[in-house]
Write a protein that binds this ligand. Sequence first.
Ligand code: MTE
Ligand code: MO
Length: 407
Amino acid sequence: MTLNRRTALKTGVGVAIGALSAVKTRSVSAQAGPNPDPPAPARPLLTNAKDFRDVSRAKPHPSTLSEAQLAEAKLTPETWQLDIAGEAKAIVPEARTAAAGTPITLDTLHELAKKKTVRVLKGMQCLNISQPLGQGLWEGVLLRDVLALTGKFADIRRIYYWGHRGTGPMFRSSLSYTQVMESPPGEPPPFLAFRLNGEPLPLQRGGPVRMVVPWAYGFKNIKWLQNIVLTSDYQINDTYAEQNNDPESRMKTAAYLDNVPEKVKAEQPLRITGNVMCGLSGLERVECWIRPAGMGNLRDDDPAWQSAEWTSATLDAAPTNWANSLPEDVRAADVFGFDPQNGKPKSWPLSYSVVGWSLTAKNLAPGKYELRARSVDLNGFAQPEPRPYQKSGRNVLDVRRFEVVAE
Ligand SMILES: Nc1nc2c(c(=O)[nH]1)N[C@H]1C(S)=C(S)[C@@H](COP(=O)(O)O)O[C@H]1N2
Ligand SMILES: [Mo]
């Protein structure tokens, strides 16, 4: 079926299109009288630590252990220890291990933090799950500064790392030497996080200390970090690689839809909301398409895509007063990607962060509809292009169905 403008009108798609185009001119009509639906307040940027969706696999889960068990597992702030050692041909002159009586402790990290602390706004997202798990303001010390505590190491090609797992299976990840030691200007480097949203990093989120790799999906962000191995091996040994995922993927730009009510009254404007991950390729805009339901399955090569009419949504603006959006003890000027002089983000949305968006659809005729949302990146690619390979990061187009009913 080809869906051109004429058939669209005949089949009633025009109703939906017209309704959405009306949204574009909303501000014009708003000048004539009071705005019937003023913009809703932007959603909070930070997710409560306990409200993140949890997908990690340690057994038993550390958050179920008693204080004594936690101490035994070295998962309390006082007992936490990190081993850094070399393997294969790597030269690590001053390995830091519990066996040698020289492990890294939380005190070591706090000392380093006095010289340099890194603070990053990052959305945590699983490569295999639509919808980010949550977003936090993560604080810690650079991985390269921690590694420097092992002396003048050499012959290292990768950094392997893993955390506490109890009796659960191994879950490990890795980074290349270059990814750790050198970072492009403007890109937040990997770090060891021990604070989240202004509080000590809680167990549920991987505390006392978690690896945070800002550009990467969840699987590089190892929780309950306890082991780092510097190796001359060039192989990627990530657990996620064994599961057919692209272990070097970077988070993709992708829009996600919140739920919509099943039924909407015809006179009632439909407020559509969602969030969007600003991934590697940046974010130009988010847009929505509403079409009548019952037109068959929308295949990837369906001609309906060619004539689809997409309407731009409004991104939540950057907060004007950052003090209200950040933890009390965090100054915006100290957050990565913010101008240290004026405390404003240098770009918006910040890379690897999630922001909300919204759109109001009005005057939809009674009937059943399908709603889709997608992002368009700074290269002009509309999601899921240019790399719709879901094992490098899930970015399928979200769809919701709803019915408009007459009063
Ligand atoms: N130690 C450990 N860290 C882990 C995992 C794990 O199984 N064990 N899972 C990873 C994966 S696949 C994801 S998506 C994130 C989830 O982070 P969250 O539980 O804080 O939301 O943790 C990552 N870190
Ligand atoms: Mo994941």
